[in-house]
Ligand binder design. Structure first.
Ligand code: ATP
Ligand code: MG
Length: 581
């Protein structure tokens, strides 16, 4: 490919809406172009990288015997109605109607369609196990499309699905996928971690995510020295042992004027009610936070959450804990509508299905029987001290919504947790029989009995992978592609107008192409300065840059490594060998 012909205009300025490096650079280097928020066009350079990501995925899926199919993106409502996702997806689903008024959608993911296809064609255990995949455009009307193609509203996903007759089969299919994903992400060159994506309450590693470690990632994950790694949503709290009630002091309400925040309350306690053993700590207080849940059917339900006062409610953990309901703020209007709630002084006494507010009350797992709390007395300017869980109040259950902090113990006892950020690149998930059941996907087993098929669902963000690689592999000057993903193998630059040099560069170009290298040849005429050519080469990020200049007459060209910046002179005769090394 000649630069003079390539459909490319590099840009000197960052796009105004870009915050992260991959977004800036992919636009500036001419890989993608914005059409609307979260919706991008792929240009020639971008498409080449995308195709390489797809190639790696196809090879590794073939390796585990998964077969490629392709569904439409435009889908009828009925299958998603059967699974209830027409409702559950809420505003994230792109919905439309055809000319006859039939409801349609643009597929956000395809569990239903795969299950129905297999149901259509297969009927016996002998047909299984089966693994199918597709690489296809997905649509999600994300609330916050972000960082260019990193979080798009239209994006490309590889999704695969496994079908087995029994749990052991599903486990084997899951493991095969896991190994394929390890190979895929190794080849993509990621620094990644595999984290538990759910609390494992269903047993085993029913769901894991592959996160590219990156400061700009939206996912927070934790890891411990002993090898525990989990998405922050999946971390479970180690509850302390219950404490016997015997000998615990009685609860007493006290005047605590002007203490609407935990900090003001703790300061006041130390002054007015000092402890003998130590100062009061925020973790001695029980903070009650109200939110409004919106259930998939549109109904709204207030929820009170009790967490130790030294911790915030973590929005993502809360969302995961109440899903598929969505979390909305509990605003002044709601407070006004519920006079039992005294803002700043809300306590368990007013919460719970059987109490004044009638609001469901869930507490942090640390609130076990016998623990003593300072908490709101449901009266302005008053708190209760020594309110004992299990004795003076009970909640309607526990909830994992409090923030996880560095130093918290790993749930499996493997040491203190450290927090880091990542970009979710892939997700593997033992779905089980949920979709098969509602869509009636059954096969005859060995005994001629109908059994429900068990499924796995596995996704890779294909377009996101391009951005994620760019995110961690760049410098101030531009992109730096790993060899396996680069749009070209070699970026060849002719340095000079001299006829011999130009002819020499043409010769090198022909030779390299003849040897099977995919070469981007910056043959732009002399009016494009050498400085511009070098800048463009750095921006575009092909791993090896070859410069044909004055040295050519002596049989020497320069080879530059884009990543390290190292330059070396290579004898023309050895150029191919140098590039292959
Ligand atoms: P996220 O938490 O980032 O929204 P998800 O849990 O919704 O991801 P899945 O439904 O498991 O993602 O989809 C499989 C893969 O598709 C993800 O691991 C991710 O790599 C990719 N993906 C999901 N949403 C987007 C998006 N809006 N833009 C680009 N890629 C996405
Ligand atoms: Mg999502």
């Amino acid at each position: 490919m000649r630069m003079s012909k390539l459909f490319l205009r590099t840009l000197r300025d960052d796009p105004a809406d870009a915050e992260v490096a991959s977004h800036k650079l992919l636009v500036r280097a001419g890989y993608v172009r914005r059409v609307a928020p979260g919706i991008y066009s792929w240009l020639p350079l971008g498409l080449k990288v995308l195709a390489k990501v797809e190639k790696i995925i196809r090879e590794e899926m073939a390796e585990i015997g998964s077969q490629e199919v392709r569904f439409p993106a435009l889908l009828p409502r009925e299958p998603y109605e059967a699974s209830n996702r027409w409702t559950e997806y809420g505003p994230n689903l792109f919905r439309l109607q055809d000319r006859r008024g039939n409801d349609m959608l643009l597929g956000p993911t395809h569990e239903e369609m795969f299950a129905l296809l297999v149901k259509d064609l297969y009927s016996s255990y002998k047909d299984l196990p089966l693994s199918l995949f597709q690489i296809q455009t997905k649509y999600r009307d994300e609330a916050r499309p972000r960082a260019g193609i990193l979080r798009g509203r239209e994006f490309i996903m590889k999704d695969s699905y496994s079908f087995d007759v029994d749990d052991a089969g599903l486990e084997a299919s899951y493991q095969a996928h896991r190994e394929a994903y390890v190979r895929i992400f190794d080849r993509l060159g990621f620094d990644y971690v595999i984290v538990h994506a759910d609390s494992g309450a269903m047993g085993g590693s029913a769901s894991e995510e592959f996160l590219a470690v990156s400061e700009t990632g939206e996912d927070t994950f934790v890891r411990s020295p002993g090898g525990y790694a989990a998405n922050v949503e999946a971390v479970t709290t180690i509850a302390p042992d219950p404490v016997p009630f015997d000998g615990l002091p009685a609860a007493h309400a006290e005047q605590t004027p002007d203490t609407p925040t935990i900090a003001t309350l703790v300061a006041h306690l130390d002054e007015a009610f000092p402890r003998d053993d130590r100062p009061w700590h925020a973790s001695d207080t029980l903070k009650n936070v109200l939110v409004m849940l919106r259930h998939p059917d549109g109904t709204r339900e207030p929820l009170a959450i009790g967490v130790p006062g030294d911790r915030e409610v973590d929005a993502k953990r809360l969302e995961a804990a109440v899903s598929p309901a969505e979390v909305e703020p509990f605003d002044e209007k709601e407070f006004a509508a519920n006079p039992a709630l005294v803002k700043g002084y809300i306590g368990p006494g007013a919460l719970g299905a059987d109490n004044a507010s009638g609001i469901r009350y869930l507490t942090d797992p640390r609130v076990v029987d016998g623990t003593r709390w300072v908490t709101g007395a449901n009266e302005k300017g008053s708190h209760v001290i020594d309110l004992v869980a299990g004795r003076d109040f009970t909640s309607d259950g526990t909830i994992e919504a409090a923030e996880v902090r560095a130093g918290d113990p790993a749930p499996d006892g493997s040491g203190p947790l450290e927090l880091a950020r990542g970009i979710e690149m892939g997700h593997i998930f033992q779905l089980g029989r949920k979709y098969a059941e509602v869509l009636d996907l059954k096969v005859l087993d060995e005994n001629g009995k109908l059994v429900t098929v068990t499924m796995g669902s596995y996704g890779v963000g294909v377009s996101r992978a391009v951005a994620a690689v760019a995110e961690y592999s760049h410098d101030d000057a531009g992109l730096i592609w790993p060899k396996e993903l680069a749009p070209f193998d070699v970026h060849l630059i002719v340095a000079g107008k001299d006829e011999t040099v130009v002819a020499g560069a043409e010769q090198v170009y022909a030779d390299l192409v003849g040897e099977g290298f995919d070469v981007l040849f910056d043959d732009r005429p002399g009016k494009v300065s050498l400085g511009v050519k070098f800048k463009d080469a750095e921006l575009v990020g092909v791993p090896t840059i070859v410069v044909v200049g004055k040295g050519f007459v002596d049989g020497v060209v320069e080879v530059k490594d884009r990543a390290t910046g190292e330059r070396q002179d290579a004898a023309l005769a050895d150029l191919i060998a140098t590039l292959r090394a």
